[in-house]
Each structure stands twice: as C-alpha cells, then as structure tokens.
Design a binder for this molecule. Sequence first.
Ligand code: NAD
Length: 251
Amino acid sequence: MATQFDLNGRNAIVTGGARGIGRATAELFLKSGAAVAIWDVDTKAGEAAADALSRLGRAIFVHVDQANLGSVETAAEQTLSMLGGVDILVNNAGIAGSNAPLTHYDPCEWSRIVQVNLVGLYYCCRVVVPLLTSNGWGRIVNVASVAGKEGNPTASAYSASKAGAIALTKSLGKELATTGVTVNCLTPTAVRTDIFAQMSEEHIAYMLSKIPMGRFGTVEENAAMIAWICSEEASFTTAGVFDTSGGRSTY
Ligand SMILES: NC(=O)c1ccc[n+]([C@@H]2O[C@H](COP(=O)([O-])OP(=O)(O)OC[C@H]3O[C@@H](n4cnc5c(N)ncnc54)[C@H](O)[C@@H]3O)[C@@H](O)[C@H]2O)c1
C-alpha cells in the first residue's frame, strides 16, 4: 500500500482489526505513524495481526466483544494503560449474518446482528468519546455499508443495523461539532473478505451486479478513505457519509 497519511503521534483503536478492512486500516495507520490497538473478539487472529504488524510500529491486541458494554469498558481501560491516550476510533467490527427473507429470519440471529453492528458501535462510542473530547481533538469513523442506504434483500437485519450506524453518525457528529472531534461514516459496497463466508453465493452475485464499476472494492481502497477521514486535513467534515461503492450509491 503506497499511500500514506500524516498520523504521527496519534493513538488509534481499530475494532475488528484482526482481518479484512480493519486489518488493512491498522496497517495503513501504522505506516502513517500512528500507534494502533486492534480490538477484536477473535483473540488468535487479533494477536497474529498485531504480531505481524508490529514490524511497522506500535501495534497491540486488545480482546473485546463489542456487543457487551462491560467488555468494551475493560478494553478501553487496557488500551489507555498501554498506549497512554486515544485520538482515533475506527468502529469497523461487524457481522453480516446469513441471508433469508425477513419472515423466515431467525429472530435470535436478527437481534444478534443489530446488537453487534449497531448497539456495539454505540457502546464503543459511549466509552471512547469522553477520551477524545478531553483531548480537544479526535476522529471517529463508523464503517457502515451501502446496504444501510439502499437495503439489500434477504439482509434486513444487516441493512437496518447499518442504516442505524449512518443515523448515529449524523447525530453524534452534530453533538460533537464544536469539540474538535469529527464523526463520519464509510459506506462500502462489497469487498471480498472473510465476511463473504456468512453470505449466500446468490447474495454475493446480487451485490456485484449492483456495482457500476463491475468489480468488488478492495480493503486497501477502504483503508485509504478511512485514513483520509482521520487526517488533520479532514477538519471541516463531520456527520458525513463517504462512499466506497464503485458508483453504486450516488447520493
Ligand atoms: N466486506 C464487505 O463486503 C463489506 C461491505 C460493506 C461493509 N462492510 C463492513 O465493513 C466492516 C469490516 O468488514 P470485513 O469485510 O473486513 O469483515 P471481516 O469478517 O473480514 O472482519 C470483521 C472483524 O470483526 C470482528 N468482530 C465480529 N464481531 C465482533 C464483536 N462482537 N466484537 C469485536 N469484534 C468483532 C471479527 O472477529 C473480524 O475480525 C464490517 O462492519 C462490515 O459490515 C463490509
């Protein structure tokens, strides 16, 4: 990944940083001079990612299940004691869940998707925002999805959770507008990562068919947009929605 941004001296949390878009973001942040705490529920993959990325700078792993408020509070305490402060929060962790019509969707799975993707994101903001406002500077990027704008069929819980993440971003961005902390969200379209294993082939083909560029996005393209939003230069943009959707979403 050639592109770099000036994140020197910044401490960043990247949730779901063990793999996929989160790992690529952690890598670009490290190359750009930030220290990175990878928060993930998958300890084995998270430790392996932090170990591998440590050659680029200060990379630590912190276990968290973001669906649990107590776990998020503990992760924040551990991160503070190890890094000494937090400047950037990338709320990237998420699950897709399986594909089924709404009337056939398992109610427990439906609730779990919203709990992880939306309530968990809220927990991370709730716990980390005071650390950022006390600095008088901060960047939050919530990784939503184009599904939250358009609604993908057979993915009602995922689409609803991501629409919620977009609305939370707009609300919190306005709440924090005079604090020096910006809050924006990213709405990627499909990127071939491990998350595809949760979806049906039919659903993956549907998503690809909706992308005017005729290809999936890459983790690097999403990481680059996230890093730009977290840069010093992106100082007059908050409560915004940034697309990485190959032309699918034009509003
Ligand atoms: N890949 C895509 O097609 C795509 C498209 C649009 C949006 N997104 C969003 O981008 C984000 C990253 O997706 P990805 O494709 O890299 O996924 P991924 O499955 O490769 O990685 C997600 C990471 O989140 C972690 N995670 C899951 N539940 C967690 C929890 N409760 N607490 C902490 N960590 C948890 C997983 O262990 C995993 O390491 C997600 O929010 C996803 O919804 C992905």
